[in-house]
Design a binder for this molecule. Structure first.
Ligand code: AHR
Length: 661
């Protein structure tokens, strides 16, 4: 009896325990001679959005929240435990936020008055605490200017919840002009919830701004850089592209809150802070302290893509605010500045250093172009308002940069009126790549493994730009990154791969989530301030991404691809560089299944290797405690005369690799 996963899900443990090998054996034929399609190097990539504290509080390694006092409540993130004495008239000191005179993107600084040098301290709470490691080095910097009085030293210390000192240092300060000071802090213990305290020697006033703290050990050791563990997880995926900066964050809830890339480049202190549109999007997961400092801005995204040898794929707003929110529209006749942003971005990425925007890139330390080839126009827009605006962008971009590949969008859903309309119109325009998004049940993913088999081979190519199986329902806070979701995505991905002539780019979404600061679940990678781990979905992505191959091969049972018959799914590729054949097999049933695989057209070595991803039950997840509970395990695969017999365990994703002689 065929048991649907959704039912099995309810009594999974029992079903797993009684799983047995079926008597029926299935024969699959692999044609290694004929390449059905080339697989694009961009086939498996990364979708990055600053949601769930993915940038500030996450990938961007800054540990001070509201470092420049620019939040709507300029003291958010900061406390003054001893200033209440001030209100009781036994003053020890206090801080107030002051505006710079004149127009400035960095509008505020904090002015501190110390009345009793024993008492006053200013404390930053970090992003749900600060994760510090014993003996590691942390680079601290701040700008200071002294007012009246005799303040000459600032003591900086990591403290715990009780105020206990966990490692300190001090900075001597001089002069009434703004100056930058740097020092290094070394914690005496490892602590996940540390805070940073700043106290003063002397009394009087002192002004502070851009109070910043980074681990020294960042990705590639860059100052003001990114969290090494998180970038490593991304790099290990061997991504073909990096899409940034989102997602709905591109659009903003209103046009004023849209992502404007020009405000995210240049000196850090001049990047204008913006509210994060996920800040209060979901009443069930409010994050009023979520802002974008843009320390991780467009230059850093391009640099990250370059580090990972991934194609940069920026997505720009097209003059429509998020249609789930205000849907605010820029009238067509006022669209020029938005279009100019797109043209200038191409110049920023690729232009000579004597062009205005190429020069900005050069000043940031990257004279060579980033060789950007793709640009996305609009995220999840729909209706005629999108098509009208897309046309304007397309015309202007192609006129100036005819080789730039433009990614357009088909709206927020995988089917329905908006989707149909978007595709119909984009086809008429000969659009090059159309972005599709699907957040659906695990069943949907299993049932849609043949989705692209019937797509028009002569139409636009597909970017499956955001997808993830939802264990409960879209935007439900109860969704889990469980094995049923990951396994169903693997089944679906065999369909993406079989159709690599149509599907040119794919990415799971969202990418990352802080375990205490998230708004949206499921997510591919979870982290706190000290640790991070990949979910089962991460390992599915990694297995596909690191075994993509160069050519799609036919793998069939009785002349048909496996798209769910016997609850089995399969795709095959070969890699003409490493001279390997790569078979991906997914068994979503509760029974072990025996497969005879017959490789034709090319002699293979007599032994192969396997990589197996499976779990003991469908509800299983990875966690901080057991980060690799579900992770790929190697196995041996015997081959004889170009044939092999494998028993594919229940609920398993497996890759078989064999060398072509
Ligand atoms: O990935 C989360 C959100 O889902 C993205 O911002 C948006 O594009 C989609 O609706």
């Amino acid at each position: 009896m065929k048991i649907k996963l959704s039912k099995a899900f309810r009594f999974t443990t029992l079903l797993i325990c009684i799983s047995t090998t079926t008597a029926q054996e299935i024969t699959l034929n692999v044609d290694m001679k004929n390449s059905i399609a080339k697989i694009q190097p961009t086939m498996y990539g990364i979708f990055f959005e600053d949601i769930n504290f993915a940038a500030d509080g996450g990938l961007y390694a800054e540990m001070i929240k509201n470092r420049s006092f620019e939040f709507e409540d300029p003291k958010m993130g900061w406390t003054e435990p001893n200033s209440e004495k001030y209100y009781m008239n036994t003053k020890s000191g206090f801080a107030h936020v002051t505006r710079y005179s004149g127009v400035n993107t960095n509008r505020n600084y904090v002015s501190i008055k110390v009345e009793d040098e024993q008492g006053y301290s200013l404390i930053n709470e970090g992003f749900r605490g600060m994760g510090i490691k014993k003996g590691a080095h942390y680079n601290m910097s701040l700008y200071a200017a002294i007012g009246e009085g005799n303040i000459s030293k600032i003591k900086i210390a990591f403290i715990d919840a009780d105020g206990k000192d966990l490692g300190n240092t001090s900075i001597s300060i001089r002069g009434s002009n703004w100056k930058k000071y740097d020092t290094v802090l070394t914690p005496t213990i490892t602590e996940a919830k540390a805070k940073l305290s700043i106290t003063f020697q002397g009394t009087g006033t002192v002004n502070l701004d851009m109070v910043s703290l980074f681990p020294e050990d960042t990705w590639k050791g860059r100052k003001y850089g990114m969290r090494k563990d998180l970038v490593k997880l991304l790099d290990d995926l061997d991504p073909g592209f990096l899409r940034f900066p989102g997602g709905c964050i591109v659009e903003g809830r209103t046009l004023a809150q849209r992502y404007q890339w020009k405000k995210t480049v240049g000196p850090l202190a001049d990047r204008e802070l913006l509210i994060n549109r996920w800040n209060t999007e979901f009443a069930h997961r409010p994050a009023p302290d979520y802002f974008q400092s843009f320390g991780l801005g467009f230059f850093e995204y391009f640099q990250l893509a370059e580090d990972m040898e991934a194609e940069p794929l920026p997505i720009l707003g097209c003059g429509i605010a998020c249609q789930f929110n205000t849907g605010e529209l820029v009238p067509l006749e006022d669209l020029d500045p938005y279009v100019q942003d797109a043209l200038d971005l191409i110049e920023f990425a690729n232009g000579d250093i004597d062009t205005p925007w190429g020069q900005v890139r050069n000043e940031m330390g990257h004279p060579e172009p980033f060789n950007m080839k793709y640009i996305g126009i609009g995220n999840e827009q729909w209706g005629s308002v999108y098509i009208e605006r897309y046309k304007v962008f397309e015309k202007a971009i192609k006129a100036k940069y005819p080789n730039m590949i433009i990614v357009s969008g088909s709206g927020p859903a995988a089917e329905g009126d908006y989707f149909e309309y978007g595709w119909k119109e984009l086809k008429k325009l000969n659009a090059e790549i159309v972005d599709e998004h699907f957040y659906s049940s695990p069943e949907w993913f299993r049932e849609n493994a043949a989705r692209y088999d019937t797509y028009d081979r002569n139409g636009p190519k597909v970017f499956a730009g955001e997808y993830a199986a939802q264990s409960v329902a879209i935007t439900s806070p109860d969704n889990k990154n469980n094995w049923e979701c990951a396994l169903s995505e693997a089944a679906f991905m065999t369909g993406l791969e079989r159709n690599a002539d149509v599907v040119h780019l794919t990415s799971y979404a969202p990418l990352m989530a802080h375990s205490e600061g998230w708004q949206w679940t499921p997510d591919m990678i979870w982290f706190d301030n000290l640790e991070s781990y990949g979910t089962p979905n991460y390992y599915v992505q990694k297995m596909f991404g690191t075994h993509r191959g160069t050519d799609v091969l036919s793998i069939q049972e009785n002349g048909k691809p496996l798209t769910g018959q016997h609850d089995l799914y399969a795709s095959a590729t070969k890699d003409t560089d490493s001279r390997e054949v790569l078979i991906k097999l997914v068994n979503t049933s509760d029974k072990d299944q025996t497969l005879n695989i017959d490789f034709k057209g090319q002699k293979l070595a007599d032994s192969g290797r396997g990589l197996v991803l499976r779990a003991n039950n469908l509800e299983e997840v990875n966690s901080f405690e057991f980060p690799k509970k579900i992770s790929p395990q190697p196995s041996e695969v015997a081959l004889r005369k170009n044939k092999t017999k494998v028993v594919l365990p229940a609920y398993t994703f497996m890759i078989i690799k064999a060398k072509m002689e």
